[in-house]
Write a protein that binds this ligand. Structure first.
Ligand SMILES: C[S@@+](CC[C@H](N)C(=O)[O-])C[C@H]1O[C@@H](n2cnc3c(N)ncnc32)[C@H](O)[C@@H]1O
Length: 346
């Protein structure tokens, strides 16, 4: 059953098929663990507020599967990253660290139908015991324990690899659009410092860009040709690109000295400030949008409106934007991770 749902999720020809497969996967795992919206177990509804952002409750994390374009792209990306790691590290069992696996470990369990336990082993890590227990219950029920090196309850922001453990692939999806609220950046910061040479980070790249958009002309959609999410009818759009705001890769923290304390009291750490200039614009009907593009791995990319995590975020409090204004913007790691910005008029 798992193999059949996984195949449909990975190869689904259209939205409806992928959505159905994602919902079936959710219900299959939920049936084994009882992690579901109406659960009476209080642990299922407990989120954790960390110094670097919010860790979703087991029920909310479980629901992420249903964002089928996200799940499908991540599954395909992790599968291809494991294949790439096999080429980079021949004759080795690929070790994958899955930080923030949630109660269903959906970026691991379906892939056991594509590999053998001799080819890949996962270390599952989550801050919530209930999530780890749930993932373990699914894995034991489906007799997949050979694929698991360890279950670790820890904070991925500070977790140190034990001696002798050097994962080839590191997976973490602990993000929302515009990298707000959840600790993706802080987790990436910690784990990539310890990554082995040639190791692969998933997602490979997350890019935030700023643009001006006329919202009256922004929201016209049609189903994507590849069956994954929907695409906007581009011709109707009016957008003006302003430039890149922030990029997260395994290399992002090479120049750590450029990050600075924005506020010592709440321990907020900011990336270098970028200054983006608004050109001359004819009409005053443009708002500021932050676009999030997630390159999971190679060609597995989530763009505008394709998944919740890649939805454009409107900076509505800035109102309509004037010609020649300047946007000063940086990314901050702290209790409320996300972009910090101010708009200066010409
Ligand atoms: C957005 S959910 C994703 C769940 C699942 N990986 C998926 O792809 O559907 C994020 C998960 O990461 C966990 N998490 C968030 N921050 C964490 C941290 N600092 N350390 C460990 N786990 C964390 C949450 O508890 C939650 O289970």
């Amino acid at each position: 059953m798992l193999a059949e749902i996984t195949a449909r999720l990975l190869q689904g020809e259209n939205h409806a098929e992928s959505l159905k497969a994602a919902a079936e996967l959710h219900d299959f795992f939920s049936g084994i663990t009882q992690v579901r919206a109406g659960s009476q177990n209080p642990e299922d509804h407990c989120e954790t507020l960390l110094d670097e952002g919010k860790a979703l409750s087991p029920v909310d994390a479980a629901r992420c599967i249903l964002d089928y374009a996200r799940t499908r792209n991540f599954l395909g990306g992790v599968r291809d990253a494991i294949i790439e790691a096999q080429q980079r590290f021949p004759e080795q069992t690929i070790q994958a660290l899955y930080a923030g696996c949630g109660p269903f470990a959906p970026l691991m369990i379906p892939l056991t139908t594509e590999f053998t336990a001799g080819q890949v082993q996962f270390t599952l890590l989550d801050i919530h015991k209930r999530s780890l227990d749930s993932a373990r219950q699914i894995i034991e029920t489906l007799e997949l324990s050979d694929f698991v090196r360890d279950y670790v309850q820890a904070d991925a922001v500070s977790y140190k690899f034990p001696q002798g453990f050097a994962p080839h692939v590191i997976i973490t999806e602990t993000m929302q659009m515009a990298l707000a609220n959840e600790p993706q950046v802080a987790i990436t910061f910690n784990l990539t410092q310890q990554m082995r040479a040639g190791g692969i980070l998933i997602p490979q790249q997350i890019t935030l860009r700023a643009c001006l958009a006329d919202l009256k002309r922004e929201f016209a959609f049609q189903p994507a040709a590849n069956g994954s999410g929907s695409t906007a009818i581009m011709e109707s759009r009016a957008r003006i690109e302003l430039g890149k705001v922030f990029e997260l890769t395994a290399e992002s923290f090479k120049e750590q000295h450029l990050w600075h304390d924005a506020n010592e009291a709440d321990r907020t750490l900011c990336s270098p400030v970028r200054v983006l200039r608004v050109p001359q614009i004819a009409e005053q009907t443009f708002s500021l949008l932050i676009l999030t593009e997630v390159t999971v791995f190679a060609s597995h990319v989530l763009g505008d409106y394709e998944a919740g995590i890649s939805y454009p975020k409107m900076l509505s409090e800035l109102g309509f934007i004037n010609s020649h204004a300047r946007l000063e913007i940086c990314y901050a790691i702290g209790k409320q991770p996300g972009l910090r910005y101010r708009l200066l008029e010409a």
